[in-house]
Design a protein around this ligand. Structure first.
Ligand SMILES: [Zn+2]
Length: 308
């Protein structure tokens, strides 16, 4: 980003703050939710450094409480357990994201629920453990049987849905950033930083706008990002961006207390962002709701063009 672009960015954020929808309803609010805890084969030193950097970014922004949605298979080691424990010790929520990170639409309710139960046994003794459940890839069932089968199972086991309201593709930007660094450990990654911040801002404003249009209000948002190298490097910048542009960072527990998280949208296939699903259910936005709501296919051409 050069100076002119930077000034332009500041000017446009000042305009955004002045929009009537924001001043009438107050600032949009967003909590950070971080999925998977994929260590990507990192050595203990590298993995611990990444975890520390992420936790430090959260601490530096008002000791912000996040929710970690743990994929059990990624942390079934002494190292993995210590990273999740550090999250719990720092006051973050520890939630269930299944053991195997399966694509639900290819599994039975029985297989999938057994897999969810498996991670619970790994994390249930941590003080931060919270009965929130998030489906891998946000795929919640392509048939009534699958969708309602897991909904019944979760209710029976005392879980609330750990919905995402702001979906994004940080995982894809991270994948390309790691590939670049494998080619050249000294590679300049500032282009990835700019692309990532722009992408998150674009998706956050899109879902907040959809929330106002479909639900008549700005819900307490839950942003989906991942425990990865991209966030080791840039989570602090992400949090600063939201604050500077007039959003309020809120704790994950406070966000999930919004009654919108009790909704069970009646759509098939079920899933995606909760705001997206409720907009879909309303029937008023069909032509404008792409499916899948987020994926690498929407970001690839722009990243190719930028040489990222
Ligand atoms: Zn995941």
């Amino acid at each position: 980003m050069n100076r002119r672009q930077f000034t332009k960015t500041l000017a446009s954020s000042a305009i955004a703050i002045a929009l009537p929808a924001v001043s009438v309803q107050g600032k949009p609010q967003v909590a950070i939710t971080m999925d998977d805890f994929n260590l990507f084969g990192a050595t203990p030193d590298v993995a611990e450094q990444r975890n520390r950097a992420i936790l430090q970014a959260l601490r530096q922004h008002g000791n912000l409480q996040a929710a970690g949605f743990v994929t059990g298979g990624n942390v079934n080691s002494e190292l993995g357990r210590s990273l999740v424990k550090a999250w719990s010790d720092a006051g973050h929520l520890i939630a269930n994201h299944t053991y195997s990170h399966w694509y639900y639409h290819k599994r039975t309710v029985e297989e999938f629920s057994a897999d969810a139960l498996r991670v619970e046994t790994q994390i249930k003794d941590l003080p931060g453990f919270t009965k929130l459940f998030r489906f891998p890839m946000l795929k919640e069932g392509d048939t009534v049987e699958r969708r309602d089968g897991m909904r019944a199972w979760l209710k029976q086991h005392g879980y609330k849905m750990g919905y995402v309201t702001i979906d994004a593709s940080d995982w894809y930007i991270d994948q390309r950033l790691r590939a670049r660094r494998t080619e050249n450990p000294q590679a300049d990654v500032t282009g990835f930083r700019k692309f990532y911040l722009d992408h998150l801002w674009q998706r956050a404003t899109y879902y907040d706008d959809l929330s106002r249009k479909a639900l008549g209000r700005s819900v307490k948002h839950t942003l989906l990002i991942h425990h990865n190298v991209l966030n080791e490097l840039f989570l602090d910048d992400v949090l600063t961006m939201f604050e500077r542009r007039g959003w309020q960072l809120i704790g994950a527990k406070a966000a999930f207390a919004d009654p919108v998280f009790d909704k069970l949208p009646n759509i098939l296939p079920a899933g995606e962002s909760l705001v997206w699903a409720l907009a879909k259910e309303s029937g008023k936005f069909d032509q404008r709701l792409r499916y899948p709501a987020e994926d690498s296919e929407y970001e690839k051409a722009a990243m190719d063009k930028l040489g990222l």
